[in-house]
Design a protein around this ligand. Structure first.
Ligand code: TMP
Ligand code: ASP
Length: 263
C-alpha cells in the first residue's frame, strides 16, 4: 500500500492518505512529549516498539470482539488503519490512583480503586486537554448519549481484557487513555464506532507486579531513565520483540537532550 499525502501530524504519529479513501497509514515516530509538548525528546526505537505493541494489543482486542481501526501492520513503523472521524475526547480508565488524579483530588498515590474509574478529557492542546463531564460532551455535541453509553461499555470491557493480558505477564495495568472514532463499514453501509489511535506504554501506566517498577512513559515524564529498555521489557514479556529489525544495533542508552519550550 503506497503512502499518499500527509493528512495530519501529531506529537507521536503521522497519518498519510492511501488510494482507498476509507484507509490511511499510521506512522509511529520516535518523538516523545509530555506536559502538552513542554518536554520533548527523540527516543530511538520508540516508534518501532509502539507500532508492534499497539498492533499486538489491538489484535487481541479484535479477537475478543472489540471493533478497532487496525487493518494490518505494514512495516516497522507503519500500520494500515481504517480512516476514522475521531471523537474529540480522551477516555481514561484508572484502576490505581496516580498521576493527575492524585494531584487533582489528593487521593494517596497507589490507592487501589474499588472499581475502574472512567474520566473524559476534551482533546484540545491549546487548553491542555481539560477534564470534562458527560454533560459537557452532550451539551457541546462532542458525542451523543447513545454513543457514550456504548463507548463506556466497550472501554470497561477493554480494561477487563487488558488487565488480564498484562497480569499474565507480571504487569499491573494502572491506568490508560484510549480514543474512538467513527469509521465507514462498507458491508453495512453505515459508520460504526471503532477503537482508534494506539495502546502502548505511551498511553498506559504499566507497573511491574512485584516491584512496581514503571514500564511506561512515566520514565520519560519523571526523568527516570531507561525508557526504551522499559518499552522493550513490555514487548519482550508480550512475546513480540521485533525480530526482523535492527533494534539491537540502535544505541538505546543515548537519547537526544530534552528541550524545554521557552515560556
Ligand atoms: P494522567 O494521570 O496524567 O491524567 O494520565 C492518565 C492516563 O492517560 C495515563 O495512562 C497516561 C495517559 N495519557 C495519555 O495517553 N496522553 C495524555 O496526553 C495524558 C495527559 C495522559
Ligand atoms: N501526550 C501529552 C503531551 O504530549 C502528555 C502526556 O502524555 O503526558 O504532552
Amino acid at each position: 500500500m503506497n503512502k499518499g499525502t500527509k493528512l495530519y501530524e501529531g506529537k507521536a504519529k503521522i497519518i498519510y492518505e492511501t488510494k482507498d479513501k476509507n484507509l490511511v497509514i499510521q506512522h509511529f515516530k520516535d518523538d516523545a512529549t509530555a506536559f502538552n509538548n513542554l518536554k520533548k525528546s527523540k527516543i530511538e526505537g520508540k516508534g518501532v516498539l509502539n507500532n508492534r505493541i499497539s498492533e499486538y494489543i489491538l489484535s487481541n482486542l479484535a479477537q475478543c470482539g472489540i471493533k478497532t481501526h487496525l487493518v494490518k501492520r505494514l512495516n516497522m513503523r507503519e500500520q494500515l488503519i481504517r480512516k476514522a472521524e475521531i471523537f474529540p475526547i480522551e477516555f481514561i480508565v484508572r484502576n490505581i490512583a496516580t498521576g493527575s488524579l492524585t494531584k487533582r483530588l489528593g487521593i494517596p498515590e497507589g490507592t487501589l480503586l474499588e472499581k475502574p474509574l472512567l474520566e473524559y478529557c476534551y482533546k484540545k492542546d491549546e487548553l491542555n486537554d481539560p477534564l470534562i463531564s458527560k454533560e459537557h460532551i452532550y451539551s457541546f455535541g462532542w458525542a451523543t448519549e447513545k454513543e457514550i453509553e456504548s463507548i463506556d461499555k466497550t472501554t470497561l470491557r477493554i480494561n477487563d481484557i487488558l488487565t488480564g493480558l498484562f497480569r499474565a505477564i507480571g504487569i499491573k495495568l494502572v491506568d490508560f487513555k484510549i480514543e474512538y472514532g467513527k469509521a465507514w463499514n462498507k458491508d453495512k453501509e453505515i459508520k460504526e464506532i471503532v477503537l482508534a489511535d494506539e495502546i502502548s506504554p505511551d498511553t498506559c501506566r504499566l507497573w511491574d507486579s512485584k516491584t512496581e517498577k514503571k514500564l511506561d512513559k512515566d520514565r520519560f515524564r519523571k526523568d527516570l531513565g531507561n525508557i526504551i529498555q522499559a518499552y522493550q521489557e513490555v514487548a519482550r514479556r508480550l512475546g513480540i520483540m521485533p525480530e526482523e529489525t535492527n533494534i539491537s544495533e540502535v544505541n538505546f542508552g543515548k537519547t537526544i537532550p530534552i528541550k524545554f519550550k521557552k515560556k
